[in-house]
Write a protein that binds this ligand. Structure first.
Ligand SMILES: N[C@@H](CCC(=O)N[C@@H](CS)C(=O)NCC(=O)O)C(=O)O
Length: 222
């Protein structure tokens, strides 16, 4: 490939969408993975010089810093995926593909993060009830993917794509942060199937070894 790329992330953050995509593409060796303690804004302020927002993931490539996980996955899949991991313009299901790719972060992960902040991390602020309400709101929003998967193994185009990665991450996070009970049996089985993929396992191992290499331990627990 020969192009310089560096990915900044935190273990099991939305950066997992990107490491998972790279692992599915067999590109882990082509990217310098920099794991940071979570949240970098508190534990590694030098990161603000890279990304003034302080958020992860961030991908440096072609002189651009990309800071949106789903957009990074789309860019990688379109550039390096040889048509397998994305749904191209003109292909059937292109509209659904874009819809689910954006649905993943804008509609699913968004209420999860508000839940995490006020019901888990900053519970002592007295806003836990609001946080829990966002958790319920997330749960109601699962109906769209549940219906979509009633007669499909994958969200779009009859094959595994980054729409599955982007949405799958939200369900993975749900299980990690105490929202897993809201997954229907169908969504649970879909997620188990995604997590059994060698690409998912490879991404987790890659994150783990990069985090250990950077001396990051339990700080990355969410
Ligand atoms: N829409 C962005 C959101 C990025 C984001 O907020 N990431 C979280 C981790 S999953 C983060 O960096 N939080 C720490 C902070 O906001 O300081 C994406 O999809 O990448």
């Amino acid at each position: 490939m020969g192009e310089y790329m560096r990915l900044y992330s935190c273990a099991a953050s939305r950066g997992l969408r990107v490491t998972w995509t790279l692992a599915e593409l067999g590109m882990c060796d082509a990217v310098d993975l920099v794991m940071l303690p979570f949240p970098p804004r508190a534990h590694d302020k030098s990161y603000f010089a890279v990304n003034p927002l302080g958020t992860v993931p961030a991908l440096e490539a072609e002189g651009v810093l990309m800071t949106e996980s789903s957009a990074i996955c789309q860019w990688l899949a379109e550039k390096y995926g040889a048509g397998t991991l994305h749904v191209a313009v003109g292909e059937a299901d292109r509209a659904a593909f874009l819809d689910f790719l954006h649905h993943a972060d804008a509609t699913l992960t968004f209420p999860q993060t508000v839940y995490m902040r006020f019901a888990l991390f900053e519970r002592d602020r007295g806003l836990a009830a609001a946080g829990e309400a966002y958790g319920e709101w997330f749960a109601k929003r699962l109906q769209k993917i549940d219906a979509r998967l009633a007669d499909r193994d994958y969200l779009c185009a009859g094959r595994f794509t980054i729409a599955d990665i982007a949405v799958g991450y939200a369900l993975y996070l749900a299980r990690r942060v105490g929202l897993g009970e809201h997954l229907s049996p169908r969504l649970g089985a879909w997620m188990d199937n995604l997590m059994a993929r060698p690409g998912f396992t490879a991404a987790m191992a890659w994150e783990d070894s990069a985090a250990k290499g950077a001396g990051i331990g339990d700080l990355t627990s969410f």
